[in-house]
Design a protein around this ligand. Structure first.
Ligand code: ASP
Length: 326
């Protein structure tokens, strides 16, 4: 018997689920493709799922197209505050940071937490200090802030002052043309969901997941969403599945939706079905909206969203694919 890999290396990434406008579509697909190329190189040479998702999410954090790292949405007081989580489904180790303002790549800080700390989660100045004490550079928050986002914040605050914040979604009415179960005209209280995430299966059969975000536009400083909370916006366990979500964080948190979806895979539901069921549950239970990527230990995967679009990409030995709807 040779010691051949028994698992098909697979990487799935997303770059948010919302009404991605036509003039932003190419940037979203290009960003997702860059992330796939970087992450899949690691898997293709026998690297770990954990390294692949960290590398893919680092590329997405560095790309100002997305709501992660530089270019993220701003808090109500005009700052970037970042949350990220990384989970290794083989070792059942996790690392998370939230409300960090001085780190260019919070997913790398999350990796340090996972590897170097007996704890799982750090917030704010403590998270920054932990990262700095392990060699990460602390930057000025202004380096993460784009003029584009200052303008977006000003517009959102003007809408809020006019009492319109709850009835607009960048001018788009959300709808789902995929599933009659979740078809709806729905009005959402925020502009878009450009959070990034990745799930991977490596040749050794280990699963990993990573999610990184700047959170929601005009959020109150200190607010933490689903993305970096274990079992909400991110989860991985070799005995069930790996998942990353994007969308309206508060409903996703209340349903612990990532764990809900992976538990269904553990119970025998195919990931493609569990992904659709999770998004249907999100809407039917709490009128939430968002998107999900879900990957099982056998390489089967699911994608679903109830927003007009979701930027996603898939890499396997058969090649790379990207898309803007599931
Ligand atoms: N889920 C993120 C949050 O609520 C936002 C997003 O997905 O874009 O912080």
């Amino acid at each position: 018997m040779t010691n051949q890999a028994r698992h098909t290396p697979t990487l799935l990434v997303h770059g948010g689920a919302w009404a991605i406008p036509a003039d932003a579509a190419a940037a979203h697909e290009a960003g997702v493709r860059n992330a796939l190329e970087t992450g899949y190189k690691i898997l293709a040479r026998g690297g770990t799922a954990l390294d692949a998702v960290e590398a893919a999410v680092t590329v997405l954090e560095d790309d100002p197209t997305f709501d992660a790292g530089r270019g993220s949405f701003l808090t109500s007081d005009g700052r970037v505050q970042l949350d990220a989580l990384l989970m290794d489904g083989g070792r059942m180790k996790a690392g998370g940071v939230a409300c960090v303002e001085r780190l260019r790549n919070p997913i790398q800080a999350a990796r340090l937490v996972l590897e170097q700390s007996p704890h799982v989660y750090f917030v704010g100045a403590g998270a920054e200090q932990f990262a700095a004490s392990h060699g990460m550079a602390l930057i000025d928050n202004g380096e993460l802030v784009l003029d584009r986002e200052r303008e977006r914040l000003t517009a959102a605050q003007a809408r809020e002052a006019a009492g319109l914040a709850d009835i607009t979604f960048s001018g788009h009415i959300l709808h789902d043309d995929k599933s009659p179960e979740t078809a709806f005209p729905h009005r959402a209280p925020m502009d878009s969901h450009d959070t990034v995430g990745a799930v991977a299966l490596d040749a050794e059969g280990n699963l990993a997941a990573a999610t990184s975000t700047g959170g929601t536009l005009n959020k109150t400083p200190g607010r933490v969403g689903d993305s970096s909370l274990i079992g909400c916006g991110c989860y991985a366990d070799n005995l069930s599945a790996a998942v990353s979500l994007t969308g309206w964080g508060e409903p996703i948190m209340k349903l612990v939706l990532g764990k809900w979806a992976t538990d269904r895979v553990a119970g025998g539901t195919a990931p493609e079905v569990a992904a659709r069921e999770a998004i249907a549950y999100l809407f039917n239970r709490l009128e939430g909206h968002g998107g999900i990527i879900l990957l099982g230990p056998d390489g089967r995967f699911g994608l679903a969203h109830n927003t007009p679009a979701m930027a996603w990409g898939l890499a396997t030995p058969a090649g790379l694919h990207t898309g803007l709807t599931a």
